[in-house]
Write a protein that binds this ligand. Structure first.
Ligand code: SF4
Length: 255
């Protein structure tokens, strides 16, 4: 097969005519990132990571995909220019918008010195969790905190009461709550907001609320004038009993 001579980043390269610029670059130790490329499959240029700058006939440079572009005599390409880095950054950002959880893509971008900004943590900074915890629950267990110039939702140490209101209100599931073997863990990213012992329902026996939350509610309601006999019922049993009480009242009234 015919050999052609061309230039990558000003370096003279020899390669078999017809092979891709990507293959020629890689066999000469020049790195170009790819995700959709596989040597056993026809290239389709889906990930767009392998964009390079190619000198046109009129001397104008433009971005083309190196997995698809074939080498030819006199071709000149650049793999590290400003325009290439810009196109590569756009491609990485686009891929991460579809797979934000992918550590593989972020690590690959890092290898190529692409700045993708902070790792998305699933939080849209709506502050619903912080506001409800402070304004309604009254615990104030969450706050905004700047770390390396970026604002994050973080715990106020020791203030979480394990009610789970923030978890229920968060529109993106950025806060997690796990109930296991009588304990509740609330966390955001890999940070623990609170670990809590759970209480069982007096009626059905299932774990239903944290001890701290029950204490918090008891303290808040202790002075209430309509306070009735105190029971530890889960929401389901509480509803069941309140329905029964209503039915008995109706029977008594002869309704
Ligand atoms: S953790 Fe959820 S509720 Fe709190 S600010 Fe982020 S997205 Fe909003």
């Amino acid at each position: 097969m015919k050999t052609v001579r061309f230039k990558i980043d000003g370096r003279e390269i020899e390669a078999q005519e017809g092979i891709s610029v990507l293959a020629a670059a890689r066999s000469n130790g020049i790195r170009i990132p790819t995700l959709c490329y596989h040597s056993a499959l026809k290239p389709i240029g889906a990930c767009k990571l392998c964009g390079i700058e190619v000198k046109g006939r009129a001397g104008k440079w433009r971005i083309l995909l190196s997995c698809i572009l074939r080498v030819r005599e006199g071709l000149e390409v650049r793999t590290q220019s400003k325009s290439v880095i810009k196109a590569r950054t756009t491609a990485f950002r686009n891929l991460l918008s579809m797979a934000p959880q992918s550590k593989f893509i972020r690590n690959l971008a890092e290898e190529y010195n692409i700045d993708l900004g902070p790792t998305p943590d699933g939080c849209i900074r709506c502050r619903l969790c912080i506001r409800v915890c402070k304004e309604i629950v009254g615990a104030g267990a969450l706050k905004m905190e700047k770390r390396n110039g970026i604002s994050y939702v973080t715990p106020e140490e020791g203030l979480c009461i394990g009610c789970g209101t923030c978890v229920n209100l968060c529109p993106t599931d950025a806060i997690q709550m796990t109930d296991r073997e009588g304990n509740r863990i609330i966390s955001i990213r890999d940070e623990t907001i609170g670990v809590h012992a759970l209480e069982r329902c007096e009626a059905c026996g299932s774990y239903f609320a944290s001890r701290k939350f029950i204490k918090h509610v008891s303290e808040l309601t202790s002075t209430h004038t309509d306070l009735k006999e105190h029971h530890l019922f889960c929401p389901t049993c509480a509803k069941l009993f309140s329905n029964r009480v209503k039915s008995f009242s109706r029977i008594r009234r002869g309704e």
